[in-house]
Ligand binder design. Structure first.
Ligand SMILES: [Zn+2]
Ligand SMILES: [Zn+2]
Ligand SMILES: [Zn+2]
Ligand SMILES: [Zn+2]
Length: 161
């Protein structure tokens, strides 16, 4: 009895029943083995997003159509979109791509951006340090002057008393 339950609990490929499948389609929400991945993708009735089993459910959901998973992303708006957005929404005339291409395509510009940020912030930091030093100088001059004034005044006060 117990063994039968655990037998049924084993996760299996949705198409061929192979146990412990390594892939998952986030759109259809089914487990797939590697052999069936191609098979599943060849069904062109709708788009599929195959991810590794560990990454299942990581595909973003549409912010407009909450139940829909984003199988595509809009190149113009640079955001993930669902099939409904692609065919009906404001992205209808925009150029779109399968979301699996987004990760690869976006890596390079991101890296470049990071470098640009680094270049931009480093000189700024050194300027800030310089400013800090100058502020310290100004402060110590003012402080010195105040101390001098007090000394001067206290000399007069002492004389008056
Ligand atoms: Zn299979
Ligand atoms: Zn699918
Ligand atoms: Zn949508
Ligand atoms: Zn768009």
């Amino acid at each position: 009895m117990v063994s039968r339950v655990s037998f049924q609990d084993v996760i299996r490929c949705y198409l061929c029943d192979t146990p412990v499948p390594t892939k998952h389609c986030d759109i259809c929400d089914i487990h797939l083995c590697e052999e069936c991945e191609e098979n599943h993708l060849s069904d062109e009735y709708k788009e599929h997003v195959i991810v590794s089993f560990e990454m299942r459910g990581s595909t973003p959901k549409c912010t407009i159509h909450f139940a829909e998973i984003c199988a595509r992303y809009c190149k113009k708006c640079n955001s993930p979109i669902c099939a409904l957005c692609d065919s009906l929404g404001k992205h209808k005339r925009h150029e779109t791509e399968h979301i699996s291409k987004m990760a690869d395509g976006n890596k390079e510009p991101l890296k470049k951006e990071l470098k640009a940020v680094e270049k931009f912030t480093l000189p700024k930091l050194s300027i800030a340090r310089k400013c800090n030093k100058q502020c310290c100088c100004v402060f110590s001059i003012v402080f010195g002057f105040v101390v001098f004034c007090f000394g001067f005044l206290s000399y007069f006060w002492a004389r008056d008393v």
